[in-house]
Write a protein that binds this ligand. Structure first.
Ligand code: CA
Length: 466
């Protein structure tokens, strides 16, 4: 048997083939910086091949860590996807199946208190926790970020927001008089409404960076930086628009400017991590909450479909992670992974206090990705990934490279696709592989037995003043 020292030496010179990729166990309680973009297209960052919008800072995460080429979220719209992300459990298990109404008078209009958020799991492990930006996981009192494990919050409770400070004039959701005016509430800083000076994306980035500066050396931290960019409304500053004067399409130009502002913000957050001296022991994650939307000039090439749809363009997203203590850089990981795995990975790393905070009978659906990324475990992290669209009467699952979409009423989406040969989901194989489809349907039906109907009315149900 090789000694640890000899093995390490041979690994360093690249002479030992067996198991060289395996690194020592990471230091306990890494920091977590979880960065979520909103409605960002699959093809709209540099590490995904984007050519018209440079994203050098976001690309650093993938270059110094791993790019997931088959990275999925659990929902094709914001609310459900973020509910799965923040709990590490399929959101249809607890009724977060649709974008929740932001009507603050509707009880339980978000992730129920019978579930645990990542912040609630990390709390007993001694983490400092900060939610920045878009919440969209409950506006009813008791469901706000500081009620769900976060020490501090700077952002807004609704699902989207205006970007320019002079547009943010409402004192709170109780001042909303007509639909979509919830995009115009003043920013919440902990319990107080505050006036901001800068473009919203810049404010969110700076708040996240300042928090890391402030907490450096004060124990582990979890920063949940949930941008609403580049979700509509399409609004960008002249400074950023000037970078893209060569893009003729006005919507795409504004979208590019919004993504670029977010990228610069990610750069400032990465700089803060460097300043704090915790680069190696910080898990940085970047992903979009769902695929590019039809109304923000995003691109999901080469995937079919878009936000809201069961095709890959709805649920496969730009997804990258960096954690130098745990796995190497420059990786491209091809097996399917899920946003559920972010919770699985951080809870495993945070130790017994975090795992001890898991609720009995409510295991995580995600896994710890570290063994897969450091080479100590081969094979797929997931035998199967599932999705359900309750209101549309539809579900989908991916088993291996096969993806099946089934609707109660026949629809344009339905079919069996081999993603290894047909990433664009153009060739429906259901006629020739009916047996495989039947086996997949059985799996999905068994999964759905554990699900519940939506627990709250949808976003469009609130028509204040109407
Ligand atoms: Ca979204």
């Amino acid at each position: 048997m090789l000694s640890r020292t000899l093995a390490a030496t041979l690994c360093a010179v690249g002479a030992w083939v067996g198991g060289c990729q395996a690194k020592p166990a990471p230091a306990p309680r890494p920091n977590l910086v979880l960065i979520v973009a909103d409605d960002l297209g699959y093809a709209d960052v540099g590490f995904q091949g984007c050519e018209d919008i440079p994203t050098p800072h976001i690309d650093r995460i993938a270059r110094e860590g791993v790019r997931f080429s088959n990275g999925y979220v659990t929902g094709a719209v914001c609310g459900p996807s973020r509910a799965g992300l923040i709990t590490g459990r399929y959101q249809d298990r607890f009724g977060s199946s649709r974008n929740p109404t932001v009507d603050p008078s509707v009880p339980n209009n978000g992730v129920p208190r019978t579930e645990r958020t990542i912040a609630e799991l990390l709390e007993p492990a001694g983490y400092n926790t900060f939610a920045v930006g878009k919440w969209h996981l409950g506006t009813f009192p008791g469901l706000h970020p500081r009620d769900r494990g976060f020490d501090e919050f700077f952002g807004f409770l609704s699902g989207g927001h205006e970007y320019f400070p002079d547009r943010l004039t409402l004192g709170g959701l109780s001042d909303v008089k007509k639909q979509w005016d919830w995009y115009r509430t003043k920013i919440l800083h902990n319990g107080e409404r505050v006036v901001i000076d800068d473009y919203l994306t810049d404010e969110l980035s700076d708040a996240a960076a300042a928090y890391i500066d402030r907490k450096a050396g004060d124990g582990p931290f979890f920063v949940y930086l949930a941008y609403n960019a580049p979700h509509t409304p399409l609004q960008a500053t002249d400074e950023y628009l000037a970078r893209f004067a060569h893009i003729e399409d006005g919507k795409r130009r504004t979208y590019a400017a919004m993504v670029s502002a977010m990228d610069d913000g990610v750069g400032r957050v990465l700089d803060a991590i460097e300043r704090a001296g915790v680069r190696d022991n910080t898990l940085v994650v970047f992903l979009s909450d769902n695929g590019g939307a039809p109304n923000n000039a995003s691109r999901n090439t080469p995937l079919r479909g878009r936000k809201g749809q069961p095709w890959e363009g709805g649920v496969r997203v730009p997804f990258a992670m960096r954690w130098p203590d745990a796995f190497g850089g420059g990786l491209v990981y091809e097996h399917p992974v899920s946003s559920l795995d972010i919770c699985g990975t951080i809870v495993a790393a945070a130790g017994d206090q975090a795992t001890g905070a898991l609720l009995p009978g409510k295991p995580l659906d995600g896994v710890d990705l570290v063994p897969y990324l450091n080479g100590s475990v081969r094979g797929r992290p997931h035998d199967v990934l599932y999705w359900r669209w309750y209101d549309q009467g539809r579900y989908a699952l991916r088993v291996g490279d096969d993806k099946l979409i089934v609707s109660e009423e026949p629809s344009e989406f339905d079919g069996l696709f081999d993603l290894s040969a047909d990433i664009g989901e153009r060739r429906d194989l259901i006629e020739v592989r009916g047996g495989d489809a039947a086996a997949m349907r059985s799996k999905a039906e068994a999964w759905m037995e554990d699900l519940v109907p939506p627990a709250y009315p949808g976003l469009q149900s609130w028509k204040p003043g109407g």
